[in-house]
Design a protein around this ligand. Sequence first.
Ligand SMILES: Nc1ncnc2c1ncn2[C@@H]1O[C@H](COP(=O)(O)OP(=O)(O)O)[C@@H](O)[C@H]1O
Ligand SMILES: [Mg+2]
Length: 359
Amino acid sequence: MNKKIGVIFGGKSPEHEVSIESAKTVCSVLAGSGFEILPIYVPRSGGWRLVPLKALLSGSALAGPVIEPSFAGACFVKKNGACVRPDAIFPIIHGSTGEDGALQGLLELLEIPYVGCGVAASAVGMDKVISKDLAALDGLPVLPHVVVRAHQRASMGPLLTEAGRLGFPLFVKPVGQGSSVGVSKVKNLSALRPAVLNAFRFDTTVMIEKGVDRAREIVCGVLGSREGAEASVCGEVVPKGKHEFFDYDAKYLDNDGMQFLLPAPLSAGISARIRKLSVRIFFALGCSGMARVDFLVDPKDEKKVYFCEINSLPGFTSHSLYPRLWEKTGLKPERVLRKLVAIGDRSMSARRRLNTARK
Ligand SMILES: Nc1ncnc2c1ncn2[C@@H]1O[C@H](COP(=O)(O)OP(=O)(O)O)[C@@H](O)[C@H]1O
Ligand SMILES: [Mg+2]
């Protein structure tokens, strides 16, 4: 019998629509390689729905019976009481509740094998401070930064002065957001406080990071497990026109906001270094399955490479960076997805074998 894969998509996240597009690719490619697909849609309002594959692929309304997770033998219970039992889950919800460990925690409790990073790595990957601090502990290159936490908000003056000493430009970001939401480039001390207050609208912790002016943005895909992983070729994202950095508009609103250079025009040595760094970061953060690791490179000196962030559930639309990086490396999306499902299976089996008793 064909393996049944539940693909969970949508979610309460600014990347809801991107997730639907990612799910279309994931479902059609997996269906084409012989898996039975159960598309599970999570509307913004909540309440999971089992939708027909045809409706998803044709862009029709995403309607279907409400389903609920059940702890009885890893099944989902449909509205009418019938039990749906996926052999594995492919979560493809980007951002909060899908990429931050919340959904992964539920799948752990249900004991269903799933694709991608586990609870801790997902949560760590979503937090820009924790992920950078962990990477730095492992000797990986990160830019200096100052962190302002909620309890310091009313008396942040000394922290702003400390950040100012790093030199301008500075980048101010909410630590747990994505898509450049709440991110500002700050060019002088007087603009710093408003930028921090703006970032506090999106998170309870704000990072002020030393900026690399007009940084080159290099991305690299990692695929593997905790036992071994490989890096794709590197790509370069170039914000175009009026965009000084890769802001929300350049990412989503401006059709001509960016250009993707594949492979990235870097010397062979730097490219090889970034690929190695990507795999080291993947291991340092305890990742499994996939991740896209983003770097900032000094436009005046390509040897100055800094870890920017990690995405543990990168976009999977037909024009998304992660599948394109792998295609350029020689792995078609079908192979990437098959590998991801197999890694998810193996990781869950390995965890099940761990001793849960004292001896
Ligand atoms: N330290 C920095 N120096 C230069 N540019 C930066 C820096 N930090 C962020 N940026 C710019 O802001 C964008 C968004 O920041 P990033 O840390 O990737 O957050 P997000 O998770 O929102 O994508 C980056 O793609 C880059 O264009
Ligand atoms: Mg980013």
